[in-house]
Write a protein that binds this ligand. Structure first.
Ligand code: PEP
Length: 251
C-alpha cells in the first residue's frame, strides 16, 4: 500500500528562531491530520538540529533540502548524508528544479546522491518535472520519463521502496499557476507506468508520487482526488502552519 504524504519545502526561508516557531506550530496542529497521512518538513541545513529537537517524538518527519554527492572530506561548504542523519534527518529532497536550474544538479549527480542517502538510511524525495518551454513544445512526457529513467533505473525495487517521487512542473513552482488536476494526473500515471515497466506493477503501485507547484488549500482537494496523486510537495504554502495543515486535511 502506498503512503499518502504531505511534505513542506521551506527552501531558503525563515531564520532559525522563525523556523523553530513554524515547526512547533506544525507539530501542534498535526494532531488534526488523520494518522494515515504522513507529514514531513524539509528545512534549511541550519535548522535541522533545533527543528529535530522540536519534532522529536512527533509524527512529523524531518527532511533536508539537498545533500552532498560525496561521502566526506575536502568539499568545503557541502553537507554529507552522515551529517544529516546525525543531525536528526529522516529524508532529503534531491533534484529540486531550483537546484537543477541554479546549481548545476545533473541526473548523474542525483544518482550518486541518492545512493549515498539510501545507504545512510535516509529516505529520498526525488523531484522531476518539465520547464515551460519543454511543456509548450509538447515534450513534458519525454522529459519526465528521461529524468525517471536516468536516476531511478540505477536502483533496485527495494531501493525504490525508500524513494518518494515528486512531480513538479517548473512552470507551476512559486508562480501561482497550478497544473490542472488532469495535467498532473496524466504525468503521474505516466511516471507510474515507466516505473512499472522497469520494476513491476507492485513496485509501481506502491511508490508514492507527490504533486508540487503552487499547491494550496484552495486546490489541494481536487489534485489529491486524482488516483495517481498521493499527496503534495508544498513550497510557499508550507511557510504558514495553518495552510500546510489545511492542505494535509484536504484528503
Ligand atoms: C516547491 O518548490 O517544491 C514548490 C512546490 O513550491 P510552490 O508550492 O511554492 O510552488
Amino acid at each position: 500500500m502506498r503512503k499518502k504524504i504531505v511534505a513542506g519545502n521551506w527552501k531558503m526561508n525563515t531564520t532559525v528562531p522563525e523556523g523553530v516557531e513554524l515547526a512547533k506550530a506544525v507539530k501542534e496542529k498535526s494532531a488534526a491530520v488523520p494518522a494515515g497521512i504522513g507529514l514531513i518538513v524539509a528545512v534549511p541545513f541550519t535548522h535541522i538540529v533545533p527543528v529535530s529537537e522540536v519534532l522529536k517524538g512527533s509524527r512529523v518527519g524531518l527532511s533536508a533540502e539537498n545533500c552532498a554527492d560525496k561521502e566526506k572530506g575536502a568539499y568545503t561548504g557541502e553537507v554529507s548524508v552522515d551529517m544529516l542523519v546525525s543531525a536528526g534527518c529522516n529524508y532529503t529532497i534531491l533534484g529540486h528544479s531550483e537546484r537543477r536550474q541554479y546549481y548545476g544538479e545533473t541526473d548523474e549527480k542525483l544518482v550518486a546522491k541518492t545512493r549515498l542517502a539510501l545507504d545512510a538510511g535516509l529516505g529520498v524525495i526525488l523531484c522531476v518535472g518539465e520547464n515551460l518551454s519543454q511543456r509548450e513544445a509538447g515534450n513534458h512526457f519525454k522529459v519526465v520519463t528521461e529524468q525517471i529513467e536516468n536516476v531511478l533505473f540505477n536502483f533496485t525495487a527495494e531501493d525504490l521502496s525508500k524513494i518518494i517521487v515528486a512531480y513538479e512542473p517548473v512552470w507551476a513552482i512559486g508562480t501561482g499557476k497550478t497544473a490542472t488536476s488532469d495535467q498532473a494526473e496524466e504525468i503521474h500515471a505516466c511516471i507510474r507506468k515507466v516505473i512499472a515497466g522497469k520494476f513491476g506493477e507492485k513496485a509501481a503501485d506502491d511508490v508514492t508520487i507527490l504533486y508540487g507547484g503552487s499547491c494550496k488549500p484552495a486546490n489541494a482537494k481536487e489534485l489529491f482526488a486524482c488516483p495517481d496523486i498521493d499527496g503534495g510537495l508544498i513550497g510557499g504554502a508550507a511557510l504558514k502552519a495553518d495552510d500546510f495543515i489545511q492542505i494535509a486535511l484536504s484528503y
